[in-house]
Structures are given as C-alpha cells and as structure tokens.
Design a protein around this ligand. Structure first.
Ligand SMILES: NC(=O)c1ccc[n+]([C@@H]2O[C@H](COP(=O)([O-])OP(=O)(O)OC[C@H]3O[C@@H](n4cnc5c(N)ncnc54)[C@H](O)[C@@H]3O)[C@@H](O)[C@H]2O)c1
Length: 322
C-alpha cells in the first residue's frame, strides 16, 4: 500500500491533504510539532487505521530520516507561516523553512522519491506584473523589512529542490500557493478571511488594513489539494514550479463586504492604518493574481468552488457562538 509522509499534516492545508490521501487508499504518517496546527484539524480521521500522527519538529533530522525511510512519497508543508510570526521570529523562520528542506533533500539524494514542496505566491514579492506567471521575476524588498524573510526562505527551498532535480532527476513538484482558504484556517497569525469571518460571527467590526484596495484571489483548499495530488501523479510536473490557487480577483474591501453579506449583515467594516496593526517592517502588496496557464495545461486544473461557496463553508465550520 502506498505510504505518504505529510509534514505539517496537522495544519490547515495539510489536514485536508491527509484526508484526501486516506480517501485514496494511502497510508499516511503526519509529522507536526503543533506549533500552528492542531490535532482538532485531524478530528475527522484521528482513528483511521491507516493514519499515524507523530508529534515532533522537522528539525529533528534523525527522526525525519526514519519517517522518510518508511515513505513512498513526501509532502512537505511544515513551515513558519503567517505575517505576525514571520515578523516576530525571523531567525526561526529561516531555520524552520530552510534547514529541514536541506535535510529532506540530503535524504532524497540517496533514496529518491517524489517530493511535493509547498511554496508561496509571496516569492513574487513586489513584482507589479499581473497576472504573475512562474517565470516572472522575484522582486523582494530590503532586508530591513521583516516580511521578506518568509519569501526569501521559500525561494531558497525552491532553488534547492530544482537544483537537485536538475542534477539527479529527483521527482520534485513545487506549488506556489496563492491565498488558500477554507474550513480550519485560523485568523490568529494574520490570515484575512478567517479573521473577517470570526469578526462577523462575533459581531465585531471587520478591520480592513489601509484603503482596502489590495487585490487578492482566494481558492478553496479542496481545489488546491486536488491539484497537488494530480501534479504528484503526473511525471510531466516533476522539476517544475506551479502557481496554485484561484485567478478570480477581489479587493480586500470587497471581500469584507462579501463576508458581511454572507455571514452577518449587522456587522460593520472599518479601516485601520497599517502602522497601527504591524510594527515597523511591514510592506503590503497591492495586487496578486496568478497566471494559472501552466497548471491548467499540465493537469486540466479547474477550481470548482467560487467565493460564495468558500464563505459559506468557512462560516458553517465555525462552532456556534456561546
Ligand atoms: N494558506 C495559504 O494560503 C498558504 C499560502 C502560501 C503558502 N502556504 C504554505 O503552505 C504550507 C501550509 O500552510 P497552512 O496555511 O496550512 O499553515 P498551517 O500553519 O496551518 O500549517 C503549517 C503546519 O506546520 C506545522 N509546523 C510548523 N513548524 C513545524 C516544525 N518545526 N516541525 C513540525 N511541524 C511544524 C504547524 O504546526 C502546522 O500544522 C506552508 O508551507 C505555507 O508556507 C500556505
């Protein structure tokens, strides 16, 4: 029976991926330190006979090697995520996001197996092009602005995996996620959609940072997980980078208004200056829309869930207010 290792499998995207792998008949081991993930994310499958949960850090290379030994394929999603954590802990971001990838690649150099590497649209940085395609430039801000450490760390991961593919033929797939959303995502680390939904449900104002004209595209996690699995099953995807997400743009102000309409029409939207929310070191991106041509051509990617669907799924997944 095929056996998958999912690092970060107790996280938001990871837990949906674990469920999908189990549903496809795989056995799965999850390696997660529960720093931002939680066992509650795996509640629907925690008694599953083909699932094993291991609580440890991916920085423990010996343990990681043992789990890599057992696996037929690896999905590497564990990382320091979220604007707030990245700004607060830059050194930990570098250590967590780069060193374990080096360790995984060291192992796969000896015993090659398919690897999915979770990267991010953040790597495009401040490139003003729209939509953004995989071959476009990565344009980072200065090192004095803390947010860029996350993008830099993920870009280095990409270089390392691509280099190994070029040198040894490692079957590695790199996915750059663009605002993946859905049930189980938490707003605690700066994610905008769950934060808005929580505010609306609790009757608190939805706080839009700045003028709210920033443009983003939100994709349902189920569509993205489906794409990950199809890419990993397709040798034409090996050694390549893919934008993954939705290409339906919306401003953050429009998103806030849509959440109010869908979740609680009594809730109000307010604007707040960036300086009041983030310490020195933050820089926002005005527009981020992916060009999805490559993933469409490779696996016929077609997201099935629109924004209305997503908002309903997120709101319905929240426990009722006390
Ligand atoms: N959600 C998005 O829109 C988005 C966008 C771009 C990239 N990503 C990437 O996707 C991946 C998953 O993100 P997510 O949104 O599900 O976030 P998440 O925080 O829910 O998942 C990350 C998981 O990794 C675990 N983890 C962190 N450090 C660890 C360590 N040292 N050892 C073991 N486990 C550790 C956390 O406990 C958590 O379960 C990350 O690599 C992230 O960078 C996500």
């Amino acid at each position: 029976m095929p056996h998958s290792l999912v690092t970060g499998g107790a996280g938001f995207i990871g837990s949906h991926l674990v469920e999908a792998l189990l549903a496809r008949g795989r056995s799965v081991v999850v390696l997660d330190d529960l720093s931002t993930g939680s066992l509650a994310n795996l509640a629907a499958v925690h008694n599953h006979p083909r699932l094993r949960f291991v609580r440890d850090t991916i920085a423990n290379e010996k343990h990681l090697d043992e789990l890599l030994d057992e696996a037929d394929e690896i999905y590497h999603l564990a990382a320091v995520v979220g604007v707030r954590r990245v700004l607060d802990e830059p050194e930990r971001t570098v250590a967590t996001n780069i060193e374990p990838v080096e360790a995984i690649l060291r192992y796969l150099e000896r015993y090659p197996k398919p690897l999915f590497l979770a990267s991010t649209s953040e790597v495009y940085g401040k490139n003003p092009k729209s939509p953004l395609a995989e071959g476009d430039d990565l344009v980072f801000g200065p090192t004095t602005r803390g947010r860029w450490v996350y993008a830099c760390s993920k870009a280095i991961d990409e270089y390392l995996a691509l280099a190994q593919h070029q040198r040894t033929g490692l079957p590695a797939v790199i996915g750059r996620f663009f605002n993946v959303v859905g049930p189980r995502q938490v707003g605690d680390y700066g994610m905008v959609l769950p934060r808005f939904v929580d505010c609306a449900l609790e009757g608190r104002p939805l706080l839009v940072h700045g003028d709210g004209q920033q443009v983003r595209c939100f994709a349902h996690v189920a569509d993205v997980v489906d794409a990950i699995l199809k890419l990993m099953a397709n040798p034409a995807a090996y050694g390549r980078v893919f934008n993954l997400g939705s290409d339906a743009p919306i401003t953050i102000r429009e998103l806030a208004d849509a959440v109010v309409r869908a979740v609680n029409p009594q809730a109000v939207v307010e604007h707040i200056a960036y300086e009041k929310v983030f310490p020195f070191g933050f820089e926002d991106i005005r527009c981020r829309i992916p060009d999805l041509t490559r993933v469409r051509q490779t696996i016929g990617y077609q997201p099935r869930h629109g924004l209305e669907d997503i908002l309903r799924a997120v709101a319905d997944s929240k426990p009722p207010a006390p």
